[in-house]
Design a binder for this molecule. Structure first.
Ligand SMILES: Nc1ncnc2c1ncn2[C@@H]1O[C@H](COP(=O)(O)OP(=O)(O)O)[C@@H](O)[C@H]1O
Ligand SMILES: [Mg+2]
Length: 498
């Protein structure tokens, strides 16, 4: 549970989120946060693993530094070990059919196994697989998946089983005027990023009105301007208007008269998704709006979801546009569900893109460590020590899992090492039954891409930190555009120690 300075609470089991929300000062710690973020961007999972592993690599490096092994020797040994580890990983990886639903579901389930949402993981995993297979595009022998096609929306209320996939876009908005239609078929959608209001002057202006006629002309003029705005939208042929800014009451009234369904203050991200989904273009000046800019969808409709109104845009021009609508009893639950879905979507995408998996439970890490030890004997000099350290650091993953499962970490390590020596390459930690078993039998699968990324990123991060000789506070003068120095700023002198 993370509590920020304002007292807002986040409850999560997601490594990337914990690090993102944590208030870190130390530059090396900041680098760790960045590694987690990079891993998240790249493969979407393995963020805890990468930080745990990088931390362990640094710990092993410290032991070697104490024995007077030079940092460059360590980074060199780590680099060689990382290359070798990646080779071993690709050798032990299992090829799977890229669109095999059963396998993809197992991978999705593994990514959610460690998350806080306990019920209905199966349902969420099914949805994740469904969503990815819908947006996957065959490209030669491979598949391309654009996660941007899947919008994830959340709404507390109901339960996790009510989470569903919508073919199109859904957003928490309402039709602005009661006189407008709530449902439009064969929608032609104008996407506007400008306010349909009369701009207020920036300075205080005073208008002297001397007679009632003048007053009337004045008001009529305003009305005509507003009517023109509505006419302009109607003239383009649009029957639906999605506006990112506000729409004046009067303009709403004229739009309603033209039977146009309008929504105001749509989120920027929704506008982008809408443009992509409906094939329309977001127009920033109403004067430029033409029929060529309109997006198309079979149906735009306002429906009630729980207490609130939502707008659904279905049957879009681009059939690949999907929305995953997450439901759950409380805000904290939908938030954690969203993070879990993110991981699930990412790992399924990883496997569809590159159909190779390994098992979980620390088995591949153990196997790689065991093969690295053998290989280390072939390297000469002190780099060998680094390679051995690297192998030992890899074992932190199964050891952590064993600890979390309430097992004795030393017993577990000894058992795991012995089994891998004997050639049981999938021996790992069964966290639910707290014992060492063949993970293949448990069908706990993970994308090879995630394991590779963990090894690569952690090695890079550790080496980067090892290359730092000293931390020197740099001059603040460099950035003249920076914030002005307040009292107390720049007080930490060059000797400030982290
Ligand atoms: N059912 C399971 N049995 C054993 N290990 C599992 C199981 N499900 C997941 N794991 C392991 O949990 C680890 C991932 O934990 P997680 O909290 O998701 O961290 P990360 O952020 O690194 O993905 C992986 O090493 C994976 O193999
Ligand atoms: Mg995970």
């Amino acid at each position: 549970m993370l509590v920020d300075t304002l007292g807002d609470v986040t409850i999560t089991g997601d490594g990337a989120t914990i690090l993102k929300e944590m208030d870190v000062e130390h530059p090396a710690a900041k680098m760790m946060v960045e590694v987690a973020k990079a891993t998240d961007d790249e493969v979407g999972d393995g963020t805890t693993s990468v930080v745990v592993f990088a931390g362990q690599l640094l710990k092993k490096a410290e032991e070697l530094l104490d024995k007077d092994v030079h940092p460059t020797v360590i980074t060199d040994g780590y680099k060689q070990s990382s290359d070798k580890a990646l080779k071993v990983l690709s050798e032990i990886a299992i090829d799977v059919p890229p669109t095999d639903r059963e396998m993809l579901k197992k991978v999705a389930m593994t990514s959610m196994a460690t998350k806080l949402i306990t019920e209905d993981k199966g349902h969420l995993a099914d949805l994740a697989v469904e969503a990815i297979l819908k947006v996957a595009e065959k490209d030669g022998d491979e598949y391309k998946v654009d996660l941007d096609n899947i919008e994830v929306e959340k709404k507390e209320g109901g339960s996790l089983v009510e989470t569903k996939l919508i073919q199109g876009i859904a957003m928490e908005k309402e039709v602005v005027h009661p006189g407008m239609p709530k449902k439009v078929e064969d929608a032609k959608i104008a996407l506007l990023n400008c306010a349909l209001e009369i701009e207020k002057t920036e300075f205080d202006a005073k208008i002297d009105i001397k007679s009632p006629e003048q007053m009337k002309t004045f008001l009529d003029e305003e009305e005509t301007m507003m009517k023109d705005m509505a006419d302009k939208v109607a003239d383009s042929g649009a029957n639906v208007l999605m506006c990112q800014k506000g729409i004046d009451d009067m303009v709403q009234h004229f739009l309603a008269k033209k039977n146009i369904l309008a929504v105001r203050r749509a989120k920027e991200s929704s506008m982008d998704k809408l443009a992509k989904a409906t094939g329309g273009r977001v127009v920033t000046n109403l004067k430029d709006l033409t029929d060529k800019d309109l997006g198309k969808a079979k149906l735009v409709e306002e429906r009630k979801l729980g207490e609130d109104e939502w707008i659904f845009i279905e049957g879009c021009n681009n059939p690949k546009a999907l929305t995953m609508l997450i439901r759950g009893a409380t805000e904290k639950i939908v938030d954690e569900a969203e993070r879990s879905i993110h991981d699930a979507l990412s790992v399924v995408r990883d496997v569809v893109r590159r159909p190779k998996v390994v098992v979980g439970g620390g088995a591949p890490e153990m196997e790689v460590a065991s093969q690295l030890r053998e290989w280390a004997e072939s390297i000469s000099g002190r780099a060998q020590l680094a390679a051995l350290g690297f192998a030992e650091a890899l074992e932190v993953m199964p050891i952590t899992l064993a600890e979390s499962a309430g097992m004795n970490p030393i017993d577990a390590t000894v058992d795991l090492r012995a089994r891998h020596e004997k050639g049981e390459k999938w021996a790992g930690v069964d966290v639910f039954n707290s014992k060492v078993t063949d993970m293949m039998k448990l069908e706990v699968y993970e994308p090879l891409a995630v394991k590779e990324q963990v090894v690569k990123s952690a090695t890079e991060a550790a080496s980067m930190i090892l290359r730092i000789d000293d931390i020197i506070a740099s001059s603040k003068e460099k950035t003249p555009a920076g914030p002005p120095k307040g009292p107390g700023a720049g007080e930490e002198g060059p000797e400030s120690e982290y």
